[in-house]
Design a protein around this ligand. Sequence first.
Ligand code: NAD
Ligand code: MG
Length: 401
Amino acid sequence: DTPATRQRVAVLGSTGSIGTNTLDVLARHAEQWQVFALTAGHNVDLMAQQCVQFKPAFAAMADDTAAQLLRERLQAQGLAIEVLAGAEAIAQLAAHPEVDAVMAAIVGVAGLAPALAAAQAGKRLMLANKEALVVGGAWFMQQVKTHGAVLLPIDSEHSAVFQSLPEDASTWPARVEKIILTASGGPFRQRDPATLAQVTPAEACAHPNWSMGRKISVDSATMMNKALEVIEARYLFDTDPDQLAVVIHPQSVIHSMVQYRDGSIVAQLGTPDMRVPIAYGLSWPERIESGANRLDFMALSALTFESFDEPQHQQRFPCMQLAWQALRGPQGSTAILNAANEVAVESFLQKRLGFDQIYALNAHVLEHCTPGPVDSLAALVELDHQARRLAQVYVQQAARC
Ligand code: NAD
Ligand code: MG
C-alpha cells in the first residue's frame, strides 16, 4: 500500500488507557493507518509527546488553557500541527471529512457528542466509550444506522460477543438464545461485604487483571461497569434484557460468550489485553497483529466461575441489578443511571461519598428522576443535567449525616 491509501484515524481521548493502547496498535501498522487527529482533556505533556511521534494534522484539548500550552510546546519543537480547543472542536474533528475511522475513547457522557458526530458523519466508529451508548441507547443506534456508520465495539466483552456472533446481524434473533458476559469480579470479589463502607479510592482503583482509567476502575469495583455493559449489550446487539446474563470469571480469559438455540456456546478467549479488541475494531473483518501475548493453555491453572446469585455477591454487588431495572424502566432511564453514577464515582474519588453509598445514590436517582423523550442530543444532555442535579443534592445530604 502507498501512503495515499492509508486510512485516516481520529483518536478521541488519546492520552487515556484506551487511547495509548490504540496508538500502540497504530504504531505497528503505520503503512495501513495514519493518525489524522488526536484529542485529549488536559494532559499536555503526553499529548505533546504523541504529537511528536505521530505528527497528526490536528490536535485538540478540552479547553483553551491546555490548547495554548500545547501550541507553545509544539512550536518549540517546530511542529506544524493545528491545535484546537473545546468540546465543539473535538466533535468537529470526529466528523471531519478527511477522517475515515474514529476511536471514541473519552470517558463518560463527555464523549457522547463527538461519538454521535462521528456516527452522523457515517464514520467507522470504534466505540470504547460505553457511557455514550448507555446514554444514547436505541436512539444512538438508530443514528448509526440512518447515517450508514459502522459501529465496532471495543469493550472487550462486546468485542468478544461480536466475534462470537454470525456476521449477518439479521440472523441473530432467530439463532441466539442468550448473551453471557463475563466479569472478573474486580478487586472486591472476596471482600467482606460488611467492610465495603471503608473502601478507599486507592483500593477501588487497584484492579487485579486490567490497568484502566480511574472511573472505569471504580465501576469495576462496584460492578457498575458490568451493569453499564449489560445495557451496552442490549443496544449493540438489540436483545431482550432477559437474554443477557453475567457470570463471574476471575481469570478474565473467556471475554464473553454467545449461547445459541441448540445449546451450543461460542466464546472468545485470549490474554486480557485491550489491544486485541482495539486491533479487531481497526481491522475488521480482517485480522492484524495486536502485540498481545498469546494465551498459554498449559500455564493456566484453571478457569473458574461464580454466580451473582450467591448471597454474599448480592451484598457486594447490588449495582448489578440496576442494569435490568433501568432497561425495564421508561426510555431515558439508562441515561439517568449513567449520570447518577458519574456523580457518585466523582464524589467517591473526592472522598465526599462512601463506597457503599454509590449504589444508594444510583438507586435513589433512578427512582426519583423522571425521563422525558430522548430523541435528540439536546434532550439527552438536559436529562443528564437533571439527573446530575438530583445526584448532587443526594451527595450534599449524605455528607451532612
Ligand atoms: P482514561 O481516564 O484513561 O482516559 C480518558 C481520556 O479521555 C483521556 O485522554 C482524557 O484526557 C480524555 N477526556 C476525559 N474527559 C474529557 C473531556 N471532558 N473532554 C475531552 N477529553 C476528555 O479512561 P479509559 O480507561 O481509557 O476509558 C475510556 C473509555 O473506554 C471509558 O468510557 C471506559 O469505560 C472505556 N473502556 C475502557 C477500558 C480500559 O481498559 N481502560 C476497557 C473497556 C472500555
Ligand atoms: Mg469491559
